[in-house]
Design a protein around this ligand. Structure first.
Ligand code: ADP
Length: 329
């Protein structure tokens, strides 16, 4: 950790192929932070158990996600990438942290209420404790910085409170309060142009989709709802296609769309075609690397195994300090 600015941790549930929301909201920062920080990235399979009805796809989804992360530029030589359940110390820390967490704080969280609404038949103990396990993930590695999308803000704030409670209760400084780090696009909307891009809402565009699939998805994107006919002027400020242009298109193209949309000089169809082309161009190197990596699945699993071995060393060190701070015999 000598010349680095500090430690970074982030995790995500093994949801399989990653989408533009994951990429722009989180993965871009995972990659960028590797230069200056010691980075630890975790596929949080235990978290997934809080919502999954079957674990049938867990292994494949873990693999697909690792492929996406590596193809996007997470470098296992620089960073640790591993699977959460391979470092069981996190479960122990979760238990200790749960003792300093008021239950009401957990049940009041909007994220919990939403999940409870989505799966009323399965409001399990683990689901309530999700943010405590997430806190354990982060603080087990004494991370200073957590790159995540904006939707995670309440959980990071929660983690900071738990750290304060723990340190206060045991009169220690052993746990570190993490800070959140967002990208310049911290909330990516789905193709519906309304809700957060999310696999469960099926409003997403997968990074690993083919160029044709990408074009098809982009063509389904909802634009300015006021613009009904081709001759109507549009408002790029309320159009998700324009938001994406600002990320993936050249400055002169962004300027052109901004002007021409407002005076109906360009129609939504052409505007979307241009976006799909640029998006496909941007993702081409990623897709090539992914295809290469996919030729050796065993290498991916080996990277995850080695990552877990490195993570366990850090985790056990923290746990020794934590047990001592609590006063466990
Ligand atoms: P998890 O629920 O385990 O966090 P997600 O796939 O929802 O898994 O998210 C993984 C990461 O991607 C998180 O950091 C999250 O904030 C970010 N993310 C997901 N969807 C979006 C989105 N639409 N916009 C911005 N960031 C997102």
């Amino acid at each position: 950790m000598s010349q680095k600015k500090g430690r970074v941790f982030s995790g995500a549930r093994p949801t399989g192929r990653q989408h533009l929301g994951n990429y722009l909201g989180a993965i871009r920062n995972y990659v960028a932070l590797q230069e200056d920080y010691e980075c630890i990235y975790c596929i949080v399979d235990v978290h997934a158990l809080t919502t999954l009805e079957t674990t049938r796809d867990l292994r494949q989804n873990t693999y697909e996600m690792a492929l996406d992360w590596l193809a996007a530029g997470i470098d296992p030589e620089k960073s640790i990438i591993f699977v959460q359940s391979n470092v069981p110390q996190v479960m122990e820390l979760h238990t200790y942290l749960s003792m300093v967490t008021p239950l009401g704080k957990l049940t009041d969280l909007p994220t919990f209420k939403e999940k409870a609404r989505q799966q009323p038949h399965n409001v399990n103990y683990g689901l309530v404790g999700y943010p405590v396990l997430m806190t354990a993930d982060i603080v087990l590695y004494k991370a200073n910085l957590v790159p995540v999308g904006l939707d995670q803000a309440p959980h990071i704030e929660f983690a900071r409170e738990v750290v304060r409670s723990f340190n206060y209760r045991y009169n220690t400084q052993v746990l570190i309060e993490p800070e959140m780090k967002v990208t310049e696009v911290p909330k990516v909307l789905g193709i519906d142009g309304q809700q957060k891009m999310s696999k469960s809402l099926n409003n997403h565009i997968e990074l690993a989709a083919t160029p044709e699939e990408t074009l098809q998805r982009v063509m389904q994107m909802v634009t300015d709802p006021q613009r009904v006919r081709r001759t109507d002027p549009g408002n790029p400020d309320v159009c998700n296609v324009f938001t994406m242009h600002k990320v993936f298109s050249k400055p002169e193209e962004i300027a052109m769309v901004n002007v021409e949309c407002r005076r109906a000089g360009i129609g939504c169809v052409d505007c979307k075609r241009l976006l799909a082309r640029n998006l496909n161009e941007h993702l081409a190197p990623f897709r090539e690397r992914r295809a290469e990596l996919a030729q050796n699945p065993e290498t991916i699993w080996e990277i995850l195994r080695q990552g877990a071995a490195r993570a366990r060393v850090i985790a056990e060190q923290t746990m020794q300090e934590v047990r001592e701070a609590i006063g466990l015999p």
